[in-house]
Structure formats: structure tokens, C-alpha cells
Design a binder for this molecule. Structure first.
Ligand code: ASP
Length: 438
């Protein structure tokens, strides 16, 4: 059994839904996880925003626009009147449900329900389309299977039990369609796995079903050796280890959601990234069996802010770092990179929502400097296998680029550097030339 996940652009129009339907109809049993059609979740976020602000006109206008777009998809997707009517009825129901939220004060729980509509619609479209084609498929509601606990973490035991029950009940159907992203929470209410969470759904279901492979279908042919928007002649990486993929997913390549790697790694299930537009291409295979090439990829994470705290009190003292980290913990702000010296510490963050409060608190412990508009450039590979000379090649590549921070040795798979955003392109090209071409 394989689990295949198709992202928003892969099901972004009637034509793309039809392509995916042909792709999955190959006679093998599988679970197919779908995102909402591209753009839908963003529109639903806007609608929720209007509802919070009690801007009923704004919300109703966006709902009508969404509804009209969906009616166009219905017209193109279905051939017969029967299914055109089913499709229109489906949209009408979902849109009426959205409109019903304009009546009362809008709550966080209702927001989650609004956001869930995109995946509920895209999966119903796929199921109706397959039925219309005569393909033996079934729709499995993720709301009957996927649950998070009070800490927001997947409830693995519950998910496995319920998936087994659903799959047993659907024994005859070889294609099982389900929603990515959406789930229930510990109180049984509709919730989600955070934006981009459909990859996570696929990985969690893959682990629960002990799948042979989890496939993430997207619109690029795998994880690339460098950012193709900045550097020429990049190519898809054939193989990555789970650890390398996790670093790369977090630090750049927006192809795979970083959370997706862990359930696959823990259950040793290979993850393959495939391109819906080039289904025959091998894509990138993420598994334990990786070739031990020294350097696999270069990536960049934008929108980084560096914070430096300098204090005489740090000199030979203990407990200073704990106090600093506690401030970030209080404001639920994750730290990406960290470097220390005897009298100071520099950290980077990408979530600056509480920056002012963090800085005010940090000032109790020393002088604080903030540098915005930076980029983490990272080199990913297996540096245990053949260690010597790697750092020298990386740093000689960027000899003309001013580097603000360096992190090496945190894991065996990553060397990170912090540079100003204006030097990102120069750094990525220089690293590519030195590490892949020389
Ligand atoms: N539809 C959700 C989003 O846009 C989840 C996903 O596509 O993975 O974030």
C-alpha cells in the first residue's frame, strides 16, 4: 500500500484534477491525500479575517467569488448532468455553511471549520469525478481518522486504530481519497495540522498504514541542488537521507513540509517527491539508504532577524543562556541559529511578532543589537562520512561575502551561515560554483 499526496497546484483546476485521476488509476491499492485547490485556503483565511472583524459584506463578497469559481470548475470537471448537479449541490452546501458563520460572533473553533472547507471540497470533487469515470474509489473522511492531542501533536494510537477500522470497512476499494491538513482535536472539534499540513497528513497516514512508500506529488521534479529561482543549472537530487531532507525542508526548499519527515523516519518508510507534470521522472527519494556524497544541496531561508546580546555577566557565569532562552520560550518564538562567545550570544529568529517584547526583556541582561533582513544560507550533506576539508571548501567559496554568523557541528548534516539579504544571490552562486562545479 502506498500513500500519495497531491498539493494544491496539482488539483488546482478541472484539468489538473483529471490528470491526477488518471495518474492514480493504475490498479494498485492506495490512499490519496489531497490539499485544497490552490488559492482556496488563502481565500478562506481572508473570509475568516472578515468574519473576525464582523465585516459581513466583505465575507459574503469573498464567499460569492469563491462560489462562482467553483461553479466554473464543476462545469469543466463533470460530463454528465447528474454529476454537474451533484457538484453544484456540493458547492451550494459548503457555501451556505460558510455564510452561516456571518450570523454570530466568530470563534477560533469556527475559523478551523471555515479553513477545512477547501480540502472537503477538493476531495469530494475527486471522488465524484472518479465515480463518473467508473473507477472503484471511496472517500474516507480524515475527520474520522486524524486527531491531535491537547498539545497539538498527532494522536498516533487513535489514528492507527481508526485508520485500520476505516480501511477494513473499505476493503474493496482500491483508491481511497482523503483530506490532507484537517483533523479533529482532543475535544472532537474540527482542527488542522497548520498551514501546508497535508504533507504531514500523508506521512502520518503512511506510518499508521505501514505503507511501502509515501509519495509527495508537487509541481517540481524533486528537491533541487540549489534554489532554481536564483541559481542556473540546478537539478533534482536523486537521493537524500531523512536527516538531510529534514534540514533542507526547514532551511529552504519549500517542496516538503518539514514536519513530514519525522513519522516517515521513525517508521522507516521511504518518501518520494514526484512531479505531477512529469510523472515518469524519478524525483527525489528520501530514505535511510542514501549515497554518502559529501554535499547534497545548498538552500536559503529568507526573512531572518539576528539578535545579539552582549554582557559582561556572561563571562565565566552559568545560567546566562538559560535566562536568554526562557525569554524566547515565554514568547513562543523558535530560535534557528545560535553562536556564542565568552561575552555574548547571537541567535536568529524568523517569527518577529513578539520581537519588541523579547528585546525589552533581553535588555535586562546586557546590550542588545537587532539586525533584520538577513538570510540563512545552508549547505546540506553527510559530513560524517568524509569530514576533512568540507568547512574549508564552504568558507573559501564565500570568501568575498560578509558573513554575520556561522553554525557548524549542530548536526552532522548542515553548515549554516547568516548573510544580509542583499548578499544571498552572491553566496548561493559562489557556493554552487565551488561545491558543485569546481
Ligand atoms: N490547504 C492547506 C494550506 O494551503 C494545507 C495544504 O495544502 O497542505 O495550507
Amino acid at each position: 500500500m502506498r500513500v500519495l499526496k497531491f498539493g494544491g497546484t496539482s488539483v488546482g483546476s478541472a484539468a489538473r484534477i483529471k490528470e491526477v485521476a488518471s495518474l492514480i488509476d493504475d490498479g494498485e491499492q492506495k490512499i490519496v491525500v489531497l490539499s485544497a485547490m490552490s488559492g482556496t485556503t488563502n481565500t478562506l483565511v481572508e473570509i475568516a479575517d472578515y468574519l473576525y472583524k464582523e465585516n459581513t459584506d466583505g465575507a459574503l463578497k469573498r464567499i460569492s467569488e469563491l462560489e462562482n469559481n467553483y461553479y466554473k470548475v464543476v462545469d469543466e470537471l463533470f460530463e454528465t448532468n447528474k454529476y454537474k448537479e451533484e457538484g453544484k449541490g456540493l458547492i451550494k452546501n459548503h457555501m451556505e455553511h460558510l455564510r452561516s458563520f456571518t450570523r454570530d460572533m466568530f470563534t477560533l473553533h469556527e475559523e478551523k471549520e471555515v479553513l477545512a472547507q477547501g480540502e472537503l471540497i477538493s476531495t469530494a470533487f475527486m471522488q465524484y469525478h472518479l465515480e463518473e469515470k467508473g473507477v472503484k474509489s471511496a472517500l474516507m473522511s480524515a475527520l474520522n481518522v486524524m486527531r491531535i492531542d491537547k498539545a497539538g501533536e498527532p494522536d498516533d494510537f487513535y489514528i492507527k486504530e481508526n485508520l485500520t477500522r476505516e480501511l477494513n470497512a473499505l476493503g474493496d476499494y482500491y483508491i481511497i481519497i482523503t483530506q490532507g491538513f484537517i483533523c479533529r482535536n482532543a475535544y472532537g472539534l474540527i482542527d488542522n495540522l497548520q498551514r501546508g499540513g497535508s504533507d504531514y497528513t500523508a506521512s502520518i497516514l503512511g506510518a499508521a498504514a505501514c505503507a511501502d512508500e509515501i509519495q509527495i506529488w508537487t509541481d517540481i521534479d524533486g528537491m533541487h541542488t540549489n534554489d532554481p529561482r536564483v541559481v542556473e543549472n540546478t537539478h533534482a537530487i536523486a537521493e537524500l537521507s531523512f536527516d538531510e531532507a529534514a534540514e533542507l525542508a526547514y532551511f529552504g526548499a519549500k517542496i516538503l513540509h518539514p514536519t513530514c519527515v519525522m513519522p516517515a523516519k521513525l517508521n522507516n518508510i521511504p518518501v518520494r517527491i514526484k512531479n505531477t507534470l512529469k510523472p515518469k521522472a524519478d524525483g527525489t527519494l528520501i530514505s535511510v539508504n542514501t549515497n554518502k556524497e559529501r554535499i547534497k544541496a545548498i538552500a536559503a531561508k529568507d526573512g531572518i532577524t539576528a539578535i545579539k546580546i552582549k554582557s559582561g555577566r556572561m563571562l565565566m557565569a552559568h545560567g546566562f543562556l538559560r535566562k536568554v532562552f526562557e525569554i524566547f520560550e515565554t514568547y513562543e518564538t523558535p530560535i534557528d541559529m545560535i553562536t556564542t562567545s565568552e561575552v555574548g550570544v547571537s541567535v536568529t529568529i524568523d517569527d518577529t511578532r513578539n520581537l519588541d517584547k523579547i528585546v525589552t526583556n533581553l535588555k535586562k541582561y546586557g546590550t542588545v543589537d537587532v539586525d533584520t533582513d538577513h538570510v540563512i544560507v545552508c549547505v546540506v550533506g553527510d559530513f560524517v562520512a568524509s569530514n576533512s576539508g568540507i568547512a574549508a571548501s564552504v568558507f573559501s567559496a564565500v570568501k568575498d561575502v560578509p558573513v554575520r554568523m556561522i553554525s557548524y557541528g549542530g548536526s552532522n548534516y548542515n553548515i549554516s551561515m547568516l548573510v544580509k539579504a542583499e548578499h544571498k544571490k552572491q553566496a548561493l552562486i559562489a557556493l554552487s560554483e565551488k561545491l558543485f562545479i569546481d
